[in-house]
Design a protein around this ligand. Structure first.
Ligand code: F6R
Length: 257
């Protein structure tokens, strides 16, 4: 894994946006895997600047988001559909019919085969379009990627997941109360993520320092889903200094781990 330690959140966001811009310039019909959450907000902001000032175009790009809550209407203020529209899709020249976010209505949570079909179709579509060229990831403080939560075994394909209490507490900041945080989500599986040709993981802030240090422990552990990225041949991790603060000294600067 390549590690880049940025001096702050702004620099991390710029470096990440540059990786995406480079990919899209090299291959205008790139397939991108996208993440939501606080971490990539700055990156989307920098990309908007590049679209407006540097001729970066998403006209022929296709996107697949990592995940979505189950139990929120698409138009809900905290749905990842709303997030992507507000922060990115509505502001760039992308064809909205080429943007994909996994979805399963909560009424189907008890008819799991309906959700399972939606999950399988999501993976099939990614495959049909040639696979993801560049997947962007954030990381949960418990090591989740997408909503692949720590567990004794992890599912490979897109699937429905119960969110851990830790994740629901972490995400409660976006809702008016903890009880409003959905209990389930639909997420790409670790297999879906690992099939991407290139992966870019971002993390910032001291609350991610411990999980980043654990992720680089050299061990692969399903209780730390992000550690599975160590088996992928093309992963870049861009973090700010605070998120790097618990790494061994020799890793506190850019390099190969
Ligand atoms: C979001 C996602 C999650 C987040 C993670 C970190 O699409 O897949 O894995 O990347 O929960 O969230 P933030 O960035 O809010 O700390």
């Amino acid at each position: 894994m390549e590690l880049m330690v940025a001096k702050d959140y702004q620099e991390m966001s710029l470096l990440a946006a540059e990786v995406i811009a480079k990919q899209v310039k090299k291959k205008p019909d790139s397939v991108l895997g996208l993440a939501t959450g606080s971490t990539p907000l700055g990156m989307y902001g920098k990309l908007l600047d590049m679209v407006n000032n540097e001729n970066v175009s998403f006209k022929n790009v296709t996107t697949f988001n990592l995940d979505e809550y189950v139990g929120l209407a698409l138009q809900h203020a905290q749905s990842y559909h709303t997030y992507m529209m507000e922060h990115f899709f509505s502001k760039i020249d992308i064809d909205l019919s080429n943007t994909h976010i996994p979805y399963c209505e909560s009424k189907f949570i008890n008819e799991i085969e309906v959700c399972n079909k939606a999950c399988a179709e999501y993976d099939d579509l990614i495959e049909h379009l040639g696979g993801i060229d560049l997947q962007i990831l954030g990381i949960g403080s418990n090591g989740h990627i997408g909503f692949n939560e720590p567990a004794t075994s992890l599912e490979t394909g897109t699937h429905i997941v119960s969110l851990t209490e830790e994740t629901r507490i972490a995400n409660a900041r976006f809702f008016s109360s903890f009880d409003e945080v959905p209990t389930h989500a639909i997420t790409m599986g670790v297999g879906t993520i690992l099939k991407s040709k290139e992966i870019l993981l971002l993390a910032n802030g001291s609350n991610k320092a411990e999980v980043i240090a654990n992720m680089f422990s050299g061990r692969v552990d399903t209780f730390l889903p992000a550690s599975l990225l160590q088996v992928h041949p093309n992963v870049t991790v861009i973090i700010d200094k605070e998120a790097a603060s618990k790494l061994e000294n020799k890793y506190q600067t850019n390099g190969h781990i």
